[in-house]
Design a protein. Structure first.
Length: 192
């Protein structure tokens, strides 16, 4: 089935199309939300909001971008909206166990000998430190860095999701790396 037919089925409200949408995009949307809001329960709630938004607004989808790009944009916006709300209430905690479901930062599979509790704890601590640093970046840098480096999306797709030019994405990514380096250097200097 072509994407055009799939979108038409979604817009027609066909139940099978929405089942397929969930099957194909549920994990991707969840991982995107988890990259911005590293708390499993919050990420699940945001992912649900994303699918509710898709369901409510699929009839407005014009097809100017791929369906996945549109959904990444919604997931990114919902995640940022969640962060803003939490920050204004002063209750947002940057990290609450990034490994709630043993989801490693780089999404690679560890070898058996890497499952030693000491190694797992060290990896968890490094991930928490990195995510705390990412959350200190200005919003535009945080979005571009998360989509490209954490989610692994190419520049072109990040540009479509954020509605920026590829050169803007490259520039934001460069500044994000520089800022992260400074944040992490300061963190490790203070730890010693």
């Amino acid at each position: 089935m072509s994407e055009t037919t799939f979108i038409a089925d979604l817009q027609a409200g066909k139940r099978e199309a929405f089942s397929r949408l969930l099957d194909e995009y549920e994990q991707r949307v969840f991982h995107t939300c988890l990259s911005f809001v590293p708390n499993k329960e919050d990420a699940e709630d945001i992912a649900q909001e994303v699918f509710v938004e898709v369901f409510k607004s699929i009839h407005n989808f014009k097809g100017n971008a791929k369906l996945s790009t549109w959904m990444y944009r919604i997931a990114t916006n919902k995640s940022l909206e969640f962060i803003r709300k939490k920050n204004t209430k002063k209750r947002f905690a940057f990290m609450q166990s990034i490994f709630g479901n043993e989801i490693p930062l780089d999404k690679t599979v560890y070898f058996t000998e890497m499952n030693h509790p000491g190694v797992l704890l060290e990896n968890k601590e490094k991930s928490e430190t990195i995510f705390k640093a990412i959350h200190q970046l200005p919003e535009a840098q945080k979005v571009v860095f998360t989509l490209n480096k954490v989610e692994g999306l190419p520049y072109k797709e990040v540009a479509e999701i954020t509605e920026k030019s590829i050169s803007s994405v490259e520039s934001l990514l460069f500044r994000a790396k520089k800022n992260l380096q400074k944040i992490l250097d300061d963190f490790y200097k203070n730890e010693m």
